[in-house]
Design a protein around this ligand. Structure first.
Ligand code: SF4
Length: 356
């Protein structure tokens, strides 16, 4: 008897990639393939290039799997420089725009068969947006995902209804740059709360400009506040206005402080377990240390801002120049910040995390 066809999907990077990897996996399942960890007929690898290290890991994985499974058909996509593996046999490359075109009509087909590192059986990754044209000066993503895409509110509502039918309890809203979600971020969340029975809406990473008064009002609404995650990951990257400007981030430290003050004044969730005393909303963020020209004062501005806000989770990244980015081009010959200083700044930011 012929053995059933099997596939292996491997994801690198962010939740958007994970959501897309899940959609690819679903297409394999729909074609009669089953997931496996060994001897797959098909392998799908979704790569990442946000850091040099991430890109290297993705490309190495492709080479390792090519060697390990010489007869498997390999499909690769994602943000890594895939020209580097074009000489490998039997490897098909899908650029991000081709991939997104294929996936565009598959938004509703993600089912609970698929697990990834961001989800478990009760959580559904809902990709509502892709692409970025913000061109933060350090970031490679706008070169890799230039095409903007937003899922319509109607499709998002229908997808979540389907997820609820499949017993999902929670959705995680994700996108490359949710600030560029074209149908109104707060409006979408309100519609999901009003028109679906999803128990909890969580967020991947929310740009600070998405947090408008309408968004804050949803947390004040007694009918909704228990259905919204009270942990928000809001990447601020720096607390120095000079550095934020050089990074081309679309806000300044005043905006950061104002927004977090509003969020901090929100009421506590009514269902916080008594053993866990928690403020109204908990916060996480991303910080880049060692951006070119970051002085001790710039760093101290960032550190003080982190201490003032009180993040419970901080992802600290040491600046790494990425190909074609403005920061890399402009600061190519500027003095480098020493490794010791980078390490020290990283540690200090990490130490500013609030302990529960
Ligand atoms: S908003 Fe900035 S950091 Fe985020 S993907 Fe776009 S360019 Fe990169």
């Amino acid at each position: 008897m012929k053995s059933p066809k099997k596939f292996l999907s491997i994801n690198f990077g962010c939740r958007v990639n994970a959501a897309e990897t899940n959609q690819w996996s679903q297409t394999f399942i729909d074609q009669g393939y089953s997931p496996t960890n060994s001897n797959p007929d098909i392998i799908f690898i979704n790569t990442c290039a946000i850091t040099k290290k991430g890109e290297k890991e993705s490309l190495n994985k492709i080479k390792i799997l090519r060697q390990k499974y010489p007869t498997s058909k390999i499909f690769v996509s994602g943000c890594a420089n895939l020209d580097k593996i074009k000489d490998l046999d039997n490897v098909s490359v899908f650029k991000n725009d081709q991939k997104e075109k294929i996936l565009k009509e598959l938004q509703s087909s993600y089912t609970r068969h698929i697990k990834d590192k961001f989800s478990h059986t009760n959580r559904f990754l809902l990709k509502i947006q892709s692409g970025c044209s913000q061109f933060c000066s350090y970031c490679i993503v706008p070169f890799k995902r230039p095409k903007l895409f937003s899922l319509s509110i109607e499709k998002a509502v229908n997808t979540v209804k389907k997820a609820v039918e499949n017993n999902y309890q929670e959705i995680i809203i994700t996108g490359v740059n949710l600030d560029q979600y074209q149908y109104g971020f707060s409006k979408l969340i309100k519609n999901l709360l009003e028109k679906t029975d999803i128990k909890l809406i969580s967020f991947g990473s929310i740009p600070i400009n998405c947090i408008d008064q309408n968004f804050i009002n949803l947390f004040k609404n007694k009918d909704y506040q228990n259905r919204l995650s009270h942990f928000l990951h809001i990447p601020i990257q720096s607390g120095s206005d000079k550095i934020l400007k050089l990074m081309n981030r679309p806000y300044d430290s005043k905006k950061i402080i104002e927004t977090f003050n509003k969020l901090k004044s929100l009421p506590s969730s009514r269902e916080v377990p008594p053993s866990k005393t928690r403020r109204g909303v908990g916060f996480g963020t991303d910080i880049i240390v060692g951006f070119p020209t970051e002085s001790e004062k710039d760093f101290q501005d960032t550190l003080k801002l982190c201490q003032k806000i009180g993040f419970t989770k901080i992802h600290v990244f040491k600046y790494s120049p990425r190909p074609n980015t403005k920061a890399r081009i402009i600061f190519e010959n500027s003095p480098k910040i020493s490794k010791e200083t980078l390490k020290d700044r990283s540690n200090k930011i990490k130490l500013s995390e609030l302990k529960n």
